[in-house]
Design a protein around this ligand. Structure first.
Ligand SMILES: CC(C)(COP(=O)(O)OP(=O)(O)OC[C@H]1O[C@@H](n2cnc3c(N)ncnc32)[C@H](O)[C@@H]1OP(=O)(O)O)[C@@H](O)C(=O)NCCC(=O)NCCS
Length: 140
């Protein structure tokens, strides 16, 4: 049975998924702090087993950022990612009632753009914006 839970801050589950999708594993203390500072998250379970996860970070009213959308490889292609995104966008819609101009960003991994386009995301360049930039930690 599919179980959907909101705002679960389970470091072990997060790191398990993070590792399973090939992003390595974070230090537990770092993950804990990241989860503690998360605005909203959704965890999807196959009974009690974690299958998928996604979270929103940001200032809760002007800028939201979708992050860490992950589905365990054996559950991929079964619309679990869609379920995660739909829950995250439900939360976005709640914020939109307070601020219709809320800006929602995400940084899609390479070749994941098509997945996010299904939910209404467009490339910044197509919105007449710049590419978006990221700090090169080596240059600091
Ligand atoms: C990307 C990811 C979250 C998608 O989750 P999923 O449960 O496999 O996706 P769904 O089954 O809900 O697929 C929904 C739609 O997106 C498409 N899709 C899924 N993954 C895709 C990908 N990598 N590239 C292009 N399209 C993709 C599916 O074909 C499906 O299309 P359809 O509606 O026309 O049938 C999942 O594959 C994953 O966790 N990947 C590794 C981590 C990752 O890259 N996360 C995204 C970070 S930016």
């Amino acid at each position: 049975m599919i179980n959907i839970k909101e705002n679960i801050k389970n470091v072990e589950e997060f790191n398990l998924l993070y590792d399973a999708v090939g992003w390595g594993a974070y230090d537990e203390k770092i993950t804990q702090k990241a989860l503690d500072n998360t605005f909203y998250s959704v965890s999807i379970y196959d009974d009690e087993k974690i299958m998928g996860y996604g979270r929103i970070i940001g200032d809760a009213i002007c800028f939201l950022y979708i992050q860490d959308v992950m589905v365990k490889p054996e559950y991929q292609g079964k619309k679990i990612g869609t379920l995660v995104m739909n829950k995250l966008l439900e939360k976005v819609n709640e914020v939109k009632k307070e601020n219709p101009d809320v800006r929602v960003y995400l940084g899609a991994s390479k070749n994941r753009e098509k997945f996010y386009e299904k939910f209404g995301f467009i490339k910044r360049i197509d919105a007449n914006l710049g590419y978006g930039m990221i700090l090169d930690n080596k240059k600091m």
